[in-house]
Design a protein around this ligand. Structure first.
Ligand SMILES: NC(=O)CCCC[C@@H]1SC[C@@H]2NC(=O)N[C@@H]21
Length: 499
C-alpha cells in the first residue's frame, strides 16, 4: 500500500562560462561532475530500497545561460512513445547522448525510477516549419523519467518558462504521465505549478494523484517560499507531491520535500550549509481519480456574500485597517490588536474571515490579516485570491507583507476561511524556529470545505493563508486583450479605408 520515494536537493556545480558557448567536452565535464553526485545518491537510495528518486531542475548545469551557451549541454531526446529506447542497453543508437546513457544506467543499475531535468535539442527546418528558430533547432527545458530497467518512459517539455530565454516554449502542450507498479505519475516543472496547464489538467483530466516535480525555486516570502507553497499545493489538490530543488541558499534557491494531502512527510530547509540532502519516505499509494472541481459560485451569490460580510461590520473603517504591498500586490489589512479575536477583511469580491487565539505573548510582534483579489503582476501575471495572516517584518503597517523569517508568537488556534471563487485553494502554514523555516507536523492542522484550522502549533507563526488561483480570469483577460487588439485593428482599417 506504500512506495518508497526519494528527492535529492542538489548543490549544483555551475560551469564558469554561461554566456559564451563552450565545447561539448567542456559541457560534459561539468555535467559529469554533477552526475557523479547523482550516482552517489542513487547508490544510497538503492541500499535503502527506494522505488523512485527525483533530481532538481537545472541540476546538471545551473541557470542563467544565453541561448547559444546552453547548446553544448543539450542532447537529442527521442520520442519515447514512437521510438522506445533504453540508453543503458543501447548506447550507440543516437550520437552525443552521454547524459541519457548515464541517467538510464543509474536507474537500471540501482533498480529504481529516476526523474531528472535535462536539455532537449530537436532539429527543425524553416522550409517546413515556419516557427523553427534561426539556429535550426528547438531547445527545451525537459524532465525525463527512466524506469527500473533504464528505459525512457516519460519526456516533458516545460510549458511555463520563468525568464529562461535559453529555452523555447513547446509547440504542442502535452500531458505527460508514466505508469509504475505503485501508481500513475504526472510530471511538470517549477513555474508550471502556478498555471492551469498542464498541472490542473493532469489532476482533473487524468486523475493523477502523484506528481514528480523537479524545480529551481527561489524562496519568495511571505507567500511563495518553496516548502510553503509546494506543501500547500499537495494539501489543496490532495495529491502526493515529490519536489527536488537545487541548493544555493545564498541565492534563495532551496527547499525540497515529500508532501502528501495530510502534510509534509519530510522536507529540507537549511540555509546554514552548502550541502545537498537526500530525503527518503514511505508514501501511501492514493487511489486514482478525480480529486477536485472548481466550485461554481454565481457572481450574484458571491457579491451578496461579500456585501453581507461588510455590512455585518459597522466598525469597518477603523484606524488599524490599512493597505500594504505583499510581493507587489496591494492587500487590504487589519492588524491583530488583541491576543485573541475575530477579524473580517474584504478586497474586491473576496472576504476573508479569521478567528485566532495566541498563547498570550504577542507583545513584540505585529501581525495583520489581509485580503487580495486581483491580477498579480510581479514575476508573472496571474489572477489570485488570497486570505493571509502575516507576521509583519517590523512593527509598522507598511512592513506587513515584507519578507521576514522572524517571529516569537505561538498561536493556540487559528481558523481562516473566505468566499473564494474557485476550489483551487492552497492552504499554507509557515512556522519559524530561530529564523529557520518550519512546516507544521501532520495532525496539527486541517483543511476542508469550511477552511483552514490549526491548533497547538509548537513553533512561532510566520504566516497562515489560503492562496487561490483564478485560472478562468487569466483566460478572460487574454481574451479581453485580443478582443481589444481586434477592435483597434478594425478601427484602424476603417480609418485607412475612409481616407
Ligand atoms: N525555475 C522556475 O521556474 C522558478 C519559478 C518559480 C519562482 C517562484 S514563482 C514567483 C516567485 N518569484 C521568485 O523569486 N520565486 C517564486
Amino acid at each position: 500500500k506504500t512506495f518508497r520515494g526519494a528527492v535529492y536537493e542538489h548543490a549544483v556545480i555551475l560551469p564558469e562560462e554561461r554566456v559564451t558557448k563552450v565545447s561539448r567536452d567542456v559541457a560534459l565535464r561539468t555535467m559529469m561532475q554533477n552526475l557523479m553526485v547523482y550516482q552517489s545518491q542513487a547508490n544510497i537510495a538503492r541500499q535503502k530500497n527506494v522505488d523512485l528518486l527525483v533530481f532538481p531542475e537545472d541540476g546538471l548545469y545551473g541557470m542563467g545561460f544565453t541561448r547559444a551557451a546552453i547548446e553544448p549541454y543539450l542532447e537529442y531526446i527521442p520520442d519515447y512513445e514512437t521510438d522506445p529506447w533504453n540508453p543503458c542497453e543501447n548506447p550507440v543508437k543516437y550520437p552525443s547522448t552521454e547524459v541519457q546513457f548515464f541517467l538510464s544506467c543509474l536507474a537500471k543499475n540501482n533498480s529504481l525510477y529516476i526523474v531528472a531535468n535535462v536539455g532537449d535539442k530537436q532539429l527543425c527546418n524553416k522550409s517546413d516549419d515556419p516557427k523553427c528558430p534561426v539556429d535550426g533547432h528547438y531547445q527545451y527545458n525537459t524532465n525525463v523519467v527512466y524506469d527500473k530497467t533504464g528505459k525512457l518512459v516519460a519526456k516533458y517539455h516545460k510549458v511555463n518558462l520563468f525568464y529562461e530565454f535559453q529555452f523555447d516554449n513547446p509547440v504542442n502542450e502535452t500531458l505527460v504521465t508514466f505508469d509504475t507498479p505503485f501508481g500513475k505519475f504526472g510530471t511538470f516543472t517549477c513555474f508550471d505549478i502556478l498555471f492551469h496547464d498542464p498541472a490542473m489538467r493532469l489532476i482533473e483530466e487524468k486523475g493523477i494523484r502523484n506528481i514528480v516535480f523537479p524545480t529551481a525555486w527561489m524562496d519568495a516570502l511571505p507567500l511563495l517560499a518553496a516548502v510553503q507553497f509546494h506543501s500547500a499545493f499537495a494539501a489543496g489538490m490532495k495529491i502526493n507531491f515529490l519536489t527536488a530543488n537545487i541548493h544555493r541558499p545564498r541565492s534563495k534557491f532551496q527547499g525540497s520535500g515529500i508532501y502528501t494531502p495530510l502534510g509534509a512527510l519530510d522536507f529540507y530547509y537549511n540555509d546554514l550549509t552548502d550541502n545537498g540532502k537526500l530525503l527518503i519516505k514511505d508514501i501511501d499509494i492514493l487511489p486514482e481519480g478525480q480529486t477536485k472541481h472548481a466550485r461554481n459560485i454565481s457572481s450574484k451569490e458571491n457579491d451578496q456574500y461579500s456585501e453581507s460580510m461588510i455590512h455585518t461590520r459597522s466598525d469597518y473603517k477603523k484606524v488599524h485597517q490599512f493597505k500594504a504591498l505583499v510581493f507587489g500586490d496591494l492587500f487590504n489589512f487589519e492588524s491583530l490588536l488583541n491576543d485573541s479575536g475575530i477579524i473580517t477583511v474584504c478586497h474586491n469580491r473576496l472576504c476573508c474571515h479569521l478567528e485566532y487565539e495566541s498563547n498570550g505573548a504577542m507583545n513584540d510582534d505585529l501581525f495583520a490579516f489581509g485580503a487580495f483579489d486581483g491580477l498579480h503582476t510581479f514575476e508573472g501575471r496571474y489572477y489570485i485570491q488570497v486570505c493571509a495572516l502575516l507576521k509583519c517584518k517590523h512593527n509598522t503597517h507598511h512592513s506587513c507583507g515584507g519578507p521576514t523569517k522572524a517571529s516569537r508568537t505561538v498561536f493556540q488556534n487559528i481558523h481562516i476561511a473566505g468566499n473564494f471563487e474557485t476550489n483551487y485553494i492552497f492552504p499554507e502554514i509557515l512556522l519559524t524556529n530561530q529564523e529557520k523555516l518550519e512546516l507544521p507536523p501532520i495532525g496539527k492542522w486541517r483543511y476542508n470545505e469550511s477552511g483552514l484550522d490549526m491548533t497547538g502549533l509548537d513553533y512561532p507563526l510566520l504566516s497562515a493563508s489560503l492562496f487561490s488561483r483564478v485560472y478562468s480570469r487569466d483566460n478572460s483577460s487574454l481574451r479581453c486583450i485580443s478582443n481589444t487588439a481586434l477592435l483597434i485593428s478594425i478601427i484602424c482599417l476603417l480609418i485607412l479605408y475612409l481616407h
